[in-house]
Design a protein around this ligand. Structure first.
Ligand SMILES: C[S@@+](CC[C@H](N)C(=O)[O-])C[C@H]1O[C@@H](n2cnc3c(N)ncnc32)[C@H](O)[C@@H]1O
Length: 265
């Protein structure tokens, strides 16, 4: 685990959260694969363990939403392609694989080394080593451009500047018209306050990009179509403790969300 630095350390947060959530009798999601990965890699979670409870709830909810929406995409497009951007040690493939999907995990070199220890690359489940901003990764996906493609950006884009997020989204749009994206985002005030985040504040990484709603992306380009958005505080009120009241305050309610967009053909 000593190979992880900078923003790549953050992949430990969702891995640990999914592992902890899976231990609960009333778990929102079950991810047995996270336990296998932790048994094999034995990461040190001590910097996160005391303050993780609310992040765990948020990550469980985002996992539930993204698993459901990815499964819906695969029901509509059984031979579709999924590109998981900044994949970390995401285990979604194992929960939603329909036996036909072509699934690409994209992340940086140090993450590939971990990936190689715990997963087996197959023709249908491949790992791509690129920086997201080095757009030569597009060439790897181009051969599949005629297929329906879903891009997932979970726990990722808030670590980029808005100008970079715009470049990433418009490059995907220009190269893969008709494709879809599921994006996790935070609000502008959450993005300005990394130091208040109970877990990310324990790393040396900062949030950079926040947006009020995914609907605002329609103003970035006429070929971006907003489809839907889901807010974490709307769900599992009892698990949120006092944060459950955030659902009544719009700027807080929309602070943590997933949205679904589609690019016109
Ligand atoms: C918080 S983790 C999220 C991992 C995974 N999506 C999940 O939710 O479990 C952020 C991931 O983004 C990756 N990442 C950050 N910047 C990147 C870049 N420029 N190119 C590719 N991956 C990047 C990190 O290495 C890390 O694995």
């Amino acid at each position: 685990m000593e190979t992880l630095n900078g923003v790549s350390q953050t992949l430990l947060i969702p891995l640990y959260a999914r592992f902890l959530e899976t231990q609960r009798d009333d778990a929102i999601i079950r991810d047995e694969k996270s336990r296998e990965i932790i048994d094999q890699l034995n990461p040190d979670f001590s910097q996160f363990s005391k303050t993780i409870w609310s992040t765990q709830v948020g990550i469980a909810i985002r996992t539930e939403i993204l698993d459901r929406e990815t499964s819906n995409f695969l029901k509509q497009n059984p031979t579709g392609v999924v590109v998981n951007l900044g994949a970390g040690l995401c285990t979604r493939f194992f929960r939603v694989d329909n036996g036909f999907v072509k699934w690409f995990e994209l992340d940086l070199e140090p993450v590939k080394q971990l990936w190689g220890k715990v997963f087996t690359e197959t023709e249908c489940h491949r790992y791509l080593v690129y920086s997201l901003l080095d757009f030569s990764w597009i060439d790897e996906i181009k051969p599949f451009a005629a297929s329906p493609i879903l891009f997932i950006a979970e726990g990722l884009l808030f670590y980029f500047e808005e100008s970079e997020v715009k470049e990433i989204i418009t490059t995907i749009k220009n190269n893969f018209p008709g494709s879809e994206m599921l994006i996790e985002a935070i609000g502008p005030s959450q993005a300005k306050n990394t130091q208040k985040h109970p877990v990310v504040s324990k790393t040396d990484v900062f949030f950079k990009w926040g947006i009020k709603t995914g609907k605002d992306l329609e103003q970035w380009d006429k070929d971006i179509k907003f489809i839907n958005e889901w807010y974490y505080y709307d769900k599992y009120g009892s698990r949120w403790r006092w944060y459950r009241f955030y659902r009544y305050i719009p700027s807080l309610r929309k602070g943590y969300k997933i949205f679904h967009i589609k690019f016109n053909k």
